[in-house]
Design a protein around this ligand. Structure first.
Ligand code: XBP
Ligand code: MG
Length: 256
């Protein structure tokens, strides 16, 4: 088996609960600021997360709203405005500390840097959102410490399409079996797996009930070694690179 050369990180839901604590809140603030009479509650936003990309999500939501503009051009203009304002408000929320990191993320990233495992980002969020998140947390590596960063602007097809991961691997000049992806959502896992990358899953709050077939491992968070499937031999401490190597060496589950 090829040695592990890179960890490819999803952003929203994986590095932070940024959908729940950031994007949904910022969308509602943006609606309010622009005089749009719509609000997205938690349950509805959870449904809307099937659509990747904030602008695309909003356009999708408009298809069910009788008070949405009638023409596509007007809808697109409204979506662009709301989305632009949402990203500005999201950055404000992140700067004010409303979007904390998920526990264990910074420690595993630091271990990667210490042990020469390259760090990559494969996200379909906007570049400005990632920049705000990285700048908000001293515990995270600086942007230049990531060997590759692929954002929504860099791909023609957002997740669950594999393009973000395929592009990240190409820029790193790695094969899929030299990397592991870390994801939180069914769409993200589908994208990584379609690129042939073994995927660790820490489901975010919106996907707590989802099932993740064929994942390398699924668990409650990177800060805990207990509660993972497949279980780890030691149940105390955080998830380490050695744990990821342990999962990589396990025989692949046979399909039912
Ligand atoms: C998550 C997304 C993004 C965010 C909002 O990306 O689908 O669309 O919800 O960001 P990932 P934008 O989980 O791959 O990080 O509004 O910038 O699209
Ligand atoms: Mg995600």
């Amino acid at each position: 088996m090829a040695a592990l050369a890179a960890l490819l990180w999803d952003v929203d839901g994986t590095i932070a609960e940024s959908e729940r604590d950031g994007h949904r809140v910022a969308f509602n603030l943006s609606f309010e600021a622009l005089g749009v009479p719509w609000r997205w509650d938690d349950a509805h936003y959870g449904d809307l997360l099937r659509v990747t990309g904030g602008r695309e999500r909003l356009l999708h939501d408009m298809t069910d709203r009788p008070d949405a503009p009638r023409s596509l051009a007007e809808r697109e203009a409204l979506a662009a405005n709301v989305h632009w304002k949402k990203n500005a408000l999201y950055a404000d929320l992140v700067r004010s500390g409303c979007v904390p990191l998920r526990p264990g993320v910074a420690a595993l990233m630091a271990e990667c840097l210490q042990r020469g495992v390259r760090l990559g980002i494969a996200t379909t969020t906007s570049r400005s959102n990632l920049a705000a998140l990285l700048a908000s947390a001293d515990a995270l590596p600086r942007p230049e410490q990531f060997s590759v960063i692929v954002c929504g602007e860099d791909v023609a097809h957002k997740k669950p399409h594999p393009e973000a991961f395929v592009h990240a691997l190409a820029l790193l000049a790695l094969d899929a079996d030299q990397a592991v992806a870390i994801e939180d959502s069914p769409g993200g896992v589908a994208a990584a797996q379609a690129a042939g990358i073994a995927t660790l899953v820490t489901p975010s709050s919106y996907f707590a009930e989802a099932t993740f077939a064929r994942a390398l491992a699924v668990g409650p968070g990177l800060h805990l070694r207990a509660g993972w499937q497949p279980a780890l031999p030691e149940a105390t401490g955080r998830v380490t690179l050695d744990d990821i190597e342990h999962w990589r060496r396990l025989p692949a589950p046979t399909p039912a």
